[in-house]
Design a protein around this ligand. Structure first.
Ligand SMILES: Nc1ncnc2c1ncn2[C@@H]1O[C@H](COP(=O)(O)OP(=O)(O)OP(=O)(O)O)[C@@H](O)[C@H]1O
Ligand SMILES: Nc1ncnc2c1ncn2[C@@H]1O[C@H](COP(=O)(O)OP(=O)(O)OP(=O)(O)O)[C@@H](O)[C@H]1O
Ligand SMILES: [Mg+2]
Ligand SMILES: [Mg+2]
Lengths: 227, 227
């Protein structure tokens, strides 16, 4: 379903380059639940953005659902992202000018749903995440954890085939973090959703079937240790 | 050193009010290391902002270093904040238009230091946090954890008497989180710095001498359990 071949990402620095990802090759099959771990600055968010069609690599090939992504126009890449992908950002990236309700509804606007279908889906998510009372507030009126929950609700709203989640529980208490991981597990096991999460937590990583370790932009893969 | 009496914070909602903090009274002595814990939305960041002189309560009194804060002008409150307080924000709040070096240097500009003294202090912090290579980059070119480290470096730069830290390790790997907590412990035990941290982590809370639990804006206090 997802296949990276010799992917590199670098930025200009002085007269040379600083490499953020180096020669990354990996395959993710449909239905997998993969965790990406590694120190700060090791390239996890960069890798997730490339996988989620939000950023282009400097070199290498990316096959997403058998489509060679690097040959696509930006418009085609954006369509693919909107049709198949839910993305939870490390810094939430909610739209400040939209309410909580409107932020969660945004991905549904591309799905050809009726207005009442959208309304019912958003209401269901607000209820499940326990934030009904916040639906008319704006992101800057929410706590850090509440913003994180809205980001997750938005990512799962359109029932995407793949969810990319960048440290989805960093600002949550352990009970709430557990609820989010149980939701991901349910989506993966009951609905066959492919999940790729970046996490610093061994507890969260244990929910997946595989761990990819990044270090200075290099990749190593290990099966999930039994805790 | 810090004394809150009957502090409440609310926002207008419809025809009524939504209470974020309810009737909070607490004292923090100089040299304490206090952790504030509680679920998402329980008012922790709000309480920390009031303690850090960044927000005003709706009701109640706040004595900071024997000064009744609610009687002060905004300018006086800002001076107090700049002279005595280091604040680590939950969402970092780095200045996008300034480099990493300039962000860390900002609090030193109010301290009447010579340019070479500032240069030496910033160099020392960049080195200690292992981010020398990033000093000329802008915040949007850093990883989430790197931004968090710059926020912490900025908060400790001017050697403040009190540090307020809002979930300072949420985006860090456990080794780096430990380094930050060891730094706080050192500042507290060797330099007598008062530390008030908001944290979701029991491991981090164990570094302090006292835990304050917030729930729906109400406060309860417990000594630190031995783990
Ligand atoms: N301008 C505002 N208008 C309405 N409600 C607000 C406003 N600002 C904050 N709130 C509410 O105050 C409550 C407490 O927020 P706060 O950020 O203090 O929580 P917190 O305990 O730090 O949570 P977290 O652990 O998620 O960071 C939240 O329910 C939030 O929605
Ligand atoms: N525009 C840029 N110019 C230069 N360097 C950049 C740029 N964008 C990102 N980087 C660098 O890429 C590296 C990897 O960043 P990335 O955000 O992928 O790390 P990460 O593994 O997600 O870290 P964290 O765990 O802290 O979130 C960092 O060292 C960062 O400074
Ligand atoms: Mg990251
Ligand atoms: Mg908070």
């Amino acid at each position: 379903m997802i296949s990276l071949k010799n992917i590199s990402k670098y930025y200009p620095a002085g007269f040379g380059r600083v490499y953020v990802l180096r020669n990354i090759s990996l395959d993710i099959a449909e239905g997998e639940f993969v965790s990406i771990m590694g120190p700060s600055g090791s390239g996890k968010s960069t890798l997730l953005h490339i996988l989620g069609l939000l950023e282009e690599p400097s070199e290498g090939e990316y096959l997403f659902l058998d489509t060679p992504v690097q040959k696509l126009s930006e418009k085609r890449r954006t369509d693919l992202h909107r049709n198949h992908i839910g993305f939870v950002f490390q810094a939430y990236h909610l739209i400040d000018e939209l309410t909580v309700y409107e932020n969660i509804e945004t991905p549904l606007l591309y799905k050809g749903m009726s207005s009442s279908e959208r309304k019912s889906r958003v209401a269901d998510l607000l209820d499940r995440f326990n934030i009904v009372g916040k639906k008319d507030l704006f992101p800057n009126q929410l706590s850090g954890g509440q913003q994180q929950l809205v980001g997750i609700a938005r990512a799962v709203a359109a029932r995407p085939r793949v969810i990319f989640a960048d440290e989805p529980t960093g600002n949550l208490h352990s009970d709430q973090a557990k609820e989010i991981m149980e939701l991901f597990k349910k989506l993966n096991q009951e609905d066959g959703v492919t999940i790729v999460q970046v996490t610093h937590s061994d507890v969260n990583a244990a929910y997946g079937n595989r761990i990819l370790n990044l270090k200075d932009g290099w990749l190593e893969s290990t099966p999930v240790p039994t805790l």
